[in-house]
Design a protein around this ligand. Sequence first.
Ligand code: SF4
Length: 192
Amino acid sequence: NGRERIHLNEINELSRNMFPPCMRSIHDRLRRDHHLKHYGRLYYGLYLKAAGLSMDDSMEFFRNELSITNPEKFQKEYSYTIRYIYGKAGKRVQLSAYKCHKIINDNAPGPNDTHGCPFRHFDVKNLKALLVRYGVNNDNDLEEIVQKVTEDKNYTGACGKYFSIKYGQDLPDQSVYHPNQFFIAARRAINN
Ligand code: SF4
């Protein structure tokens, strides 16, 4: 269930096998650039917390990724964000990870941002490239997803289709409403 913990040393593998495209693409950018802008840190940090990552593991995860290039930047930007996410800084409230609706409709990402929903915020060429990278190789499947995005504007349905292709089973309503729902369902599909 959603209360299970995840650990530092399994994040790479979980990301590859069970994370939704929005979070996997933040993860990939972090691994590649060793940097995330504000909303990327916030969205991914909240998601990892909801997935069961402890604050200490979250600190270490982001520190490992960043310290390669810039330890001061970690202290100034990431450390605060992580404490904030876990209710230890700023407003000190328990924050929830964002739902798809919010990721799709709020804080539209700029060119160097990593947050957002690939189905909503990527152009068709980049979306297709991402889907192929993430294992969707059949042309009909790709076209079906693109059609849901471009014609139906059904981004969560496009993500539901991606889920069906990847895990061989449908989500309720064939649609995704929360990145952590995607993760829990993917873990269940793989482990069963
Ligand atoms: Fe993430 Fe939701 Fe978009 Fe899927 S539909 S990629 S879970 S924001």
